[in-house]
Design a protein around this ligand. Structure first.
Ligand code: ITT
Length: 206
């Protein structure tokens, strides 16, 4: 695959992860700042990951006039009836940090027993063309919410409190490639790949 794709996100953690995931797959990519879209923030008006991901991808593709990959993702906690879910980025209000959001989640789960701390990261990865064509795929990874945050060595966001099923350390303490091999984003990106290849084959720049 030799064409250029815009990794369409304002989140530096996601940017790095898509660069790593697609780097392995041999795709050429550019970032929003490379095409004059640093600071572009399409709205996320929907209640589902898939609708928001497709909407975001289409908004970036129309603005950048090139193929894009975007995602909508978040942490869905069983004991919180799926929260923060699609509100993961905004969970502790405007101006809050990743640490503020993880602390808010830990406080909400303070009285929740160890065997009730199940959760899943969900990611819908969407590829879009400027003509309005859009494809998407979902990835999920299940795990447990830790009692206290681990060290922030890799990853971003809620990684220090998410211990994937079958592991004893949180995502934030795993080598990046090991996270991508099982993560919601890694799985969504790999599942999207056949459709992404088709889109790029059909794409004719105007
Ligand atoms: P863009 O819309 O610009 O892509 P965003 O951060 O606002 O950036 P989302 O609305 O999809 O993106 O929010 C996803 C949030 O879910 C993200 O900000 C993190 O808080 C959390 N999240 C998603 N994937 C994660 C991961 O792999 N590790 C840790 N937290 C993650």
């Amino acid at each position: 695959m030799s064409q250029t794709i815009l990794i369409a996100t304002g989140n530096p953690g996601k940017l790095r992860e898509y660069s790593e995931i697609f780097g392995v797959l041999g795709v050429t990519f550019v970032m929003p700042a490379d095409v004059g879209l640093a600071g572009f923030e399409p709205d996320e008006p929907y209640e589902t990951f898939v609708e928001n991901a497709r909407h975001k991808a289409l908004a970036y593709a129309a603005r950048a006039n090139m193929p894009v990959v975007a995602d909508d993702s978040g942490l869905c906690i069983d004991a919180l009836e799926g929260r923060p879910g699609v509100y993961s980025a905004r969970y502790a209000g405007p101006g809050a940090s990743d640490d503020d959001r993880t602390q808010k989640v830990l406080a909400e789960l303070a009285d929740v027993a160890d065997d009730q701390r199940g959760a899943q990261f969900v990611c819908v990865s969407a590829a879009a063309l400027p003509d309005g064509t859009v494809e998407s795929a979902e990835g999920i990874v299940r795990g447990l919410i830790a009692r206290a945050p681990g060290r922030r060595i890799t990853g971003f966001g809620y990684d220090p409190i998410f211990v994937p099923e079958g592991y004893v350390v949180p995502f934030s303490e795993m080598p990046a490639a090991e996270k991508h091999a099982i993560s919601h984003r890694g799985r969504a990106a790999v599942a999207l790949l056949p459709a992404l290849k088709r889109l790029l084959e059909d794409y004719r720049p105007d």
